[in-house]
Write a protein that binds this ligand. Structure first.
Ligand code: KG4
Ligand code: ZN
Length: 334
């Protein structure tokens, strides 16, 4: 069964064809980095305009690469949230038009669920597992008991980890996205040079990254000649410490041996190395998607769409995008 996935949640226009929820036939991502880099962050209005220009060429390219026609597609899976409302609107309107004109059912996908199950495009972790979705907009830990069965155990109370990376890169004078730039710089610096704070919120499994970001800002003001490599490495060390400690803590409390990372920050080399090392020391297993499946892509959306379609969860034409769209139920128990 072939599903056409469409994702325009943020600043990348993406379309993909995925077979049976796990085999990527084609996956095209048109990045907008060159548009936003000079602003040090995403400009929402520019993002939506670019999506309008790119949506049809990107869908056409993915169909051509896959050698498919609309008549071969069983369902269209489109991200309807969370994300930038203007960006989401482009994907949702496009999906509705294709669905209506070509008489193809449409399913509405939560972008976070896409990240969460992106690993199934390459691997097959066993349920239940602990899923960490760590991106530019979100940082949350879930207990995942099956497709569509997510309990949120902890989330960020302020900035997402990726957002902290982007803001730190901006204050160090670099462009957007900051994550890959800081990651590379960190490999040339000393992670112990500066003791940035690790926020540990008691009585919860939540995260907080805004204090760390402010601390980097204050440090750079006080030490204008400090090596940027050391600032990057010490900042990254703090982020990785917090993320990895939380994931392991939650996995141990829940008695779960497998952890799955996803989202743009899961591409971080320091995070990948540390989680792999600690899980292997503890007899656990870490699953990490390939780098191009960590960042936004429509293949993960098509994968979720396969499961929704099989469960009969088809959307109708009153579907609207939603900037805020939580995933799963919340866990009241720390
Ligand atoms: O998942 P994603 O493509 O979009 C959202 O859904 O937010 O994640 C983008 C985020 C950006 O904040 C970017 O700076 C960050 O992921 N990122 C990284 C790395 N690559 C991308 N952060 C740290 N290290 C990286 N290598
Ligand atoms: Zn994302």
């Amino acid at each position: 069964m072939l599903i056409l996935g469409i994702d325009t949640s943020c600043d990348d226009t993406s379309a993909a064809i995925v077979e049976d929820g796990c085999r990527i036939v084609s996956n095209v991502v048109s990045s907008q980095n060159e548009i936003h880099t000079k602003y040090g962050g995403i400009v929402p209005e520019l993002a939506s305009r670019r999506h309008i220009e790119m949506i049809w060429p990107v869908v056409k390219e993915t169909m051509d690469k896959a050698g498919t026609n609309f008549k071969d597609i069983s369902a269209i899976a489109v991200t309807h949230g969370p994300g930038l409302i203007g960006s989401l609107l482009v994907g949702v309107c496009f999906a509705k038009s294709i669905s209506y004109s070509q008489k193809i059912p449409m399913v509405a996908v939560n972008h976070l669920e896409g990240h969460m199950i992106s690993i199934f495009l390459e691997n097959t972790p066993e349920f239940p597992f602990i899923g960490l979705v760590v991106s530019g907009g979100h940082t949350s830990i879930y207990l995942v008991e099956g497709f569509g069965q997510y309990t949120e155990i902890g989330r960020t109370r302020d900035d997402a980890a990726g957002e902290a990376y982007d803001k730190v890169a901006k204050l160090l004078g670099f462009g957007y996205p900051g994550g890959p730039i800081i990651d590379k710089l960190a490999s040339e610096g000393n992670p112990e040079a500066i003791a940035f704070p690790r926020s540990t919120l008691k009585e919860s499994h939540d995260f907080s990254f805004s204090g760390l970001k402010t601390s980097v800002l204050n440090y750079t003001k006080k030490h204008p000649d400090a090596k940027k490599e050391d600032i990057a490495a010490s900042f990254q060390e703090a982020v990785v410490d917090v993320l990895v400690n939380r994931v392991i803590e939650v996995a141990e409390i829940k008695g779960v041996k497998e952890v799955v990372l996803s989202g743009g920050v899961a591409a971080n080399s320091g995070l990948r190395e540390r989680i792999s090392q600690i899980t292997s020391e503890k007899g656990m297993k870490a699953y990490l998607p390939s780098l191009h499946l960590c960042t936004d892509n429509a293949a993960m959306v098509a994968a979720v769409g396969f499961h929704l379609f099989n469960r009969g969860e088809v959307a109708n034409y009153s579907l609207n995008p939603r900037a805020y769209l939580p995933l799963g139920s919340a866990d009241g128990q720390p």
